[in-house]
Design a protein around this ligand. Structure first.
Ligand code: AMO
Length: 439
């Protein structure tokens, strides 16, 4: 009889119907064995799917162990009760490996029923659970959507150094390194380098790790996270950047809807409706602060920034008033923004900057940058910075830069909020926080 090789990761499960009546060879891990009288159900975990198999061969059943890696030969049969409308009737099994130890934690239930700490401690195993791994397929989908958008908009992908001589974002949350006797740092963001590359490619993006030595243990901070950064030249205003972000998110959500339906359904996720640019609510920081204080009768403790609780309340208010889960907050006070951010000439003390808040959490910061050498140097001096330390950064300003701006988006924050998680760690494959360096 003719054998066909099914390559499941590439094909959509619906295509399996075409194989009914055929003999196939398929590899994967035995996820779950459910013994019945005289036969057993086996769920085979492939790169993306969970395939229902049936085995009535006593000898085959006896030797079977969960988490064995196998190559199955089987016949495909139609079965309306199975997830993809087909099941595999097992003919033979070739074992590639058999587990040596008992699973320390149950991974093949509907959910991994344990604390987040435990889930993270056993991450190489708990990620094998179908719901846990679905989180990271969705994260992959977001990035595919972003990349599709960047390609369409003619952005060049760049990779900038993560060992640097100066922090770009200021503040104390920077990791120090001994770099052959010199002091160096882990990059707090690709900020300087993405700006430099605007002078070369005009539009650039980077997806890469960002390091922040946050000493506090919160549900929204990691010490290493994935930054999605872009930067573009010849902008007319920083609202060009916000418009780009709306389009970028729209494209990513569309792609998720088209190609990640199975994972979204597994996690019970409904995609947010991103309004078209022009309809997404935009508020100035000072207005947003005032609105939250008035509506919720609270006295702000911090005047120059949002408290986490205020971001939550603002989202709640915007959803109620405008039906939007996204809100741009603009014109943050100069003192709270890094030295490269452009100040509004008509409103000194306010910057051409913004945050995007989604479901109560800041997922993005962006804005327009200072592109003129004299203005940038003056700003640095005003802040008591040593201009000489920034020679290589200032080279681009000195030799001509277009008006430009960009943004940085935290991938784990977006994923966590999209999937309704309280803790950002759930959306990081192997989170790094003050307590966690392994796995
Ligand atoms: P910012 O410092 O606001 O801006 O960072 C950008 C986005 O990164 C995410 N983020 C974090 N995610 C997880 N853990 C953390 N510790 C953490 N810190 C920040 C947030 C945030 O909105 N250079 C600017 C961006 C720009 O203007 O282009 C910057 O890095 O989602």
């Amino acid at each position: 009889m003719e054998k066909s090789q099914i390559n499941l990761p590439e094909s959509s499960p619906e295509e399996l119907a075409a194989y009914v009546g055929k003999r196939v060879i398929v590899h994967g891990s035995i996820y779950k064995i459910r013994k019945m009288s005289g036969f057993c159900f086996v769920i085979l975990r492939t790169a993306r799917h969970m395939l229902q198999c049936v085995c009535d061969n006593k000898e085959l059943i006896e030797g079977m162990a969960e988490e064995s890696c196998v190559i199955l030969t089987a016949k495909v049969a139609g079965e309306s009760r199975a997830r993809y409308g087909v099941e595999l009737h097992m003919i033979s099994i070739e074992y590639l490996s058999v587990p040596e130890a008992q699973m320390p934690i149950v991974i093949n239930g509907k959910v991994v029923d344990t604390s987040l700490e435990n889930k993270l401690d056993f991450r190489p195993l708990t990620l094998r659970n179908e719901k846990e791994r679905a989180i990271f397929k969705i994260q992959e989908g977001l990035l595919r959507g972003f990349r599709r958008f960047f390609e369409k908009e003619h952005f060049t992908e760049i990779h900038t150094p993560k060992i640097v001589s100066e922090g770009a974002e200021g503040g104390a949350n920077i990791f120090r390194l001994d770099y052959f006797g010199k002091e160096a740092y882990l990059a707090q963001s690709p900020q300087f380098y993405k700006q430099m590359m605007v002078g070369v490619f005009e539009r650039v993006y980077e997806v890469g790790p960002v390091f922040r030595a946050e000493k506090h243990d919160t549900a929204r901070h990691l010490n290493e996270y994935m930054g999605v950064d872009f930067e573009m030249g010849y902008i007319k205003s920083f609202s060009d950047i916000m418009e780009m972000e709306v389009k970028m998110l729209t494209m990513a959500f569309e792609l998720l809807g088209q190609e990640y339906g199975e994972e979204l359904a597994l996690l019970g996720v409904e995609l947010p409706k991103m309004q078209a640019w022009g309809n997404v609510p935009i508020l100035k920081f000072s207005e947003a602060k005032r609105l939250v204080a008035e509506e919720f009768h609270r006295e702000p403790k911090e005047c120059h920034d949002f408290e986490p609780e205020e971001e939550k309340l603002l989202s709640e208010l915007i959803k109620r008033k405008f039906g939007s889960e996204f809100v741009f907050v603009t014109h943050y006070p100069t003192g709270k923004r890094p030295f490269y951010v452009m100040e509004d000439p008509d409103s000194p003390g306010e910057t051409f900057s913004f945050d995007l808040i989604f479901r109560g959490l800041e997922i993005t910061t962006g804005g327009q940058r200072i592109h003129e050498y004299g203005v940038q140097v003056a700003k640095m001096l005003e802040r008591g910075m040593d201009v000489k330390d920034f020679d290589s950064y200032l080279m681009m300003h000195k030799h001509g830069m277009p008006p430009h701006g960009g943004l940085g988006l935290g991938l784990e924050r977006l994923t966590a909020k999209l999937l309704g998680f309280e803790n950002i760690r759930q959306a990081s494959l192997f989170p790094r926080d003050i307590h966690r360096l392994t796995p």
